[in-house]
Write a protein that binds this ligand. Sequence first.
Ligand code: ATP
Ligand code: MG
Length: 240
Amino acid sequence: MITVKDLHKSFGKLNILKGVNIEIAKGEVVVVIGPSGSGKSTFLRCLNLLETPTSGEIKFEGESITDKKHDINLTREKMGMVFQQFNLFPHKTVLENITLAPVKVKKMPQAAAEKIALELLQTVGLADKKDAYPTQLSGGQKQRIAIARALAMQPHVMLFDEPTSALDPEMVGEVLEVMKKLAEGGMTMVIVTHEMGFAREVGDRIIFMDGGQIMEEGTPSQVFSNPQNIRTKDFLSKVL
Ligand code: ATP
Ligand code: MG
């Protein structure tokens, strides 16, 4: 579904991504781990061209999205993204937050968008919050709404960049639970996280990044129980 070939990204003279290659299959849950500054967010942001790659190619559903002729807006509609900071629209209700993009971008009729939004609110366990404003929600609730909002566009893949890192510890579980359900439902997901328990349980594949490259990848049991690369071992010894 996603093919990344020799992806490089520099900021000025700083080479951040140094040749990333990966294929992500439909329905696969790929978890990206690695030390701070290793390029995880940059990699994720390149996948939907929030960052413009310096060189290399990214294909999404068979189309080269790095091709200059490609209309990235169409592709972005199919790629949901959830950030550490929830970025909800503060002056809109939960329901309005979720229906906005489907109505404005996809030209979905309001009633249809609301129907989908209410179903998604059920899925994330927040149906009773549809008329609340973001300030009236806890961090965990805001993040679940952010996930529902991304899902409202009916994306083909969901990208998560440390979705639980800004949360108080007691709220991490409820967000991971929603993500786990999504994974079990067959959603293709690329997740940057420091939640190693979740990575091990939910990931189909673990990618360890360091210094702008994929240093090691494998199943959770391969990477967590039997890491081959010295840097993977070193990283895991600090976080496990
Ligand atoms: P963390 O775990 O802390 O989120 P990360 O693995 O996500 O780290 P990135 O955010 O991808 O790392 O950053 C990798 C490097 O690129 C860092 O050294 C960062 O300072 C640099 N960087 C990221 N974005 C920019 C930018 N817009 N301009 C300049 N440098 C940047
Ligand atoms: Mg990051």
